[in-house]
Design a protein around this ligand. Structure first.
Ligand SMILES: [Zn+2]
Length: 136
């Protein structure tokens, strides 16, 4: 599986690739991204462009985005109920951003929809930190 990983640092991306490989049970191929965000706020700025680039211009099958949730409210199950997303919750913001961009994306021939895995761990991501990732 060819994947793209967006996070706050290249070190995080290497750790995330290891987690993804374990989850899917095979070694994934990392796509290189021209946009390299530094810091969580920049991720939200560049993410729509990255999604469109991946959707229209690559054969990347899955996008994994991980943003640290430090100093923001942690995601709560109540946010999962429609209309109750918390704009201060970074996982809710990630989900909303991805949903809006992918909803507007036109279907491409011979290409399945881009799978996404989004996470906002409560503590700073470190190699070995358990992060729940589910490809959807
Ligand atoms: Zn949330």
């Amino acid at each position: 599986m060819k994947i793209a990983v967006v996070s706050e640092s290249p070190i995080d991306e290497a750790a995330i690739k290891i987690l993804v490989d374990k989850i899917v049970g095979s070694e994934s191929e990392m796509a290189s991204l021209r946009a390299r965000p530094n810091g969580w706020a920049k991720i939200f700025e560049v993410l729509p462009g990255i999604i469109n680039t991946l959707h229209y211009g690559t054969d990347v099958e899955a996008l994994v985005v991980v943003v640290d949730s430090d100093e923001s409210p942690p995601h709560q199950k109540s946010h999962d109920q429609s209309q109750l997303t918390n704009p201060e919750c970074r996982l809710c913001r990630l989900r909303d951003t991805v949903r809006v961009v992918l909803t507007k994306a036109k279907p491409m021939p011979n290409r399945a929809s881009l799978k996404t895995a989004l996470a906002s761990p409560y503590q700073l991501l470190r190699l070995g930190t358990a992060v729940a990732l589910t490809l959807t």
